[in-house]
Ligand binder design. Structure first.
Ligand code: NAP
Length: 182
């Protein structure tokens, strides 16, 4: 079955006051703009194709604000909200494409080096708990095999779980603008 995964992304640890704006601009372009455009094109092409999935790789920082990573988290909140909203939109029209979001917590990759602008980064020293990339890949496969929208990591236990929504959705409200189906 064909699946499109938007995985490319990077982070930045800094206060808003002192963040490097050219790095922030590149981060928003990659983490938000490219992901939104590529998702939209895939939805357009595959909405009615049996068995297709769109999986956006976001972050636990897309559900909780992390100190010193506010701009990165805000970008990932966008990814989580966009993907959850898209999943609702697709379900409402019984589309064949499923939209899903994976929200990993700290995972040992090159992310730490890039986010901190350093050439070496020790996850063991920096985090009380973290996953290996093999563990993250296993979580992603569990999300892929499920009919649920979100694969998330619990901040306390570091356990993986599947769920259908986190953000509130106004889909059943009588006060929304009328939907014109295309
Ligand atoms: N590791 C964590 O702790 C963690 C936690 C939560 C969420 N995430 C998310 O997981 C995803 C994968 O990150 P990772 O942990 O695997 O980090 P990584 O090892 O640094 O990998 C980042 C990936 O993004 C690609 N990339 C970076 N800048 C790009 C650009 N401007 N254009 C196109 N591709 C670009 C890289 O491609 P090249 O190899 O070609 O440079 C690489 O494949 C990201 O969306 C990240 O936000 C990571």
């Amino acid at each position: 079955m064909e699946t499109w995964i938007n995985n490319a992304g990077f982070g930045n640890y800094s206060s808003v006051a002192s963040q490097d704006l050219s790095k922030i601009e590149a981060m928003l372009k990659l983490n938000v703009e490219a992901l939104t455009i590529l998702s939209s094109l895939y939805v357009r092409d595959c909405k009615e194709v049996d068995g297709t999935q769109l999986i956006n790789i976001s972050s636990r920082g897309g559900y909780i604000m992390v100190p010193n990573a506010v701009t990165y988290c805000a970008a990932k909140f966008n990814v989580n909200a966009f993907t959850e909203g898209l999943a609702h939109e697709l379900k409402a029209v019984q589309a064949k494409l499923q939209a899903k979001v994976f929200a990993p917590a700290a995972t040992q990759t090159e992310f730490g080096m890039i986010a901190n602008n350093v050439s070496e980064y020790d996850y063991g020293k920096s985090f009380g708990n973290y996953h290996t990339s093999a563990q993250a890949a296993d979580f992603l496969l569990r999300l892929y095999d499920s009919n649920q929208t979100i694969g998330a990591i619990d901040g306390e236990t570091f356990e993986f779980s599947l769920r259908n929504s986190v953000f509130e959705y106004a889909g059943n409200s009588a006060h929304n603008q009328k939907i014109i189906n295309d």
